[in-house]
Write a protein that binds this ligand. Structure first.
Ligand SMILES: [Zn+2]
Length: 151
């Protein structure tokens, strides 16, 4: 898995479709861990449960899907989403933050939070748990589909 520090500018995938959507997003990376988990105070069980639940909703609509499965470089497993057993590690989720921020995270972030006690930046957690709306989120998948249909 490609590794980026949290809240650095996101440059990993080809996301021309995001910019073609006409909104001046500033894309920031979250959860691109590589083989180490940043040290942080652990989330309280309720907060962790809430974050995992909300991440699972986003993961049902991944973008920038690629072929193949990434294994977790921390524990060596091939992680799956426990609710429906779908594989993690082959797509990304985009979460609309405050103003025009857009957080780009690998779907693997679910596994990092669940199994490795990764604590994402607080604004990411707030945005994941209280997104403007899931309708807004599904627009990302629609914008991606429209862009590639046109191209
Ligand atoms: Zn792992």
């Amino acid at each position: 898995m490609t590794e980026y520090r949290d809240l650095t500018f996101f440059t990993y995938s080809d996301s021309k479709w995001v910019f073609a959507s006409g909104f001046p997003y500033i894309m920031l990376s979250v959860g691109w861990l590589g083989s180490t988990v940043p040290v942080a105070d652990p989330l309280k069980p309720d907060a962790k449960k809430s974050l995992l639940y909300n991440l699972s909703l986003f993961i049902q609509h991944p973008v920038n899907l690629c072929r193949g499965i990434h294994i977790c470089e921390i524990c060596g497993c091939e992680p799956r989403l426990d609710s429906d057993k779908s594989w993690l590690g082959s797509g990304e989720i985009f979460i609309h933050g405050p103003n025009n921020l857009l957080y780009a995270a690998p779907t693997m972030i679910y596994h990092y939070v669940q199994e490795h006690d990764y604590v994402p930046p607080i604004d990411f957690i707030k945005s994941a748990c209280h997104p403007p709306s899931m309708a807004t989120y599904s627009q990302f998948a629609e914008a991606e589909a429209a862009y590639y249909k046109r191209g």
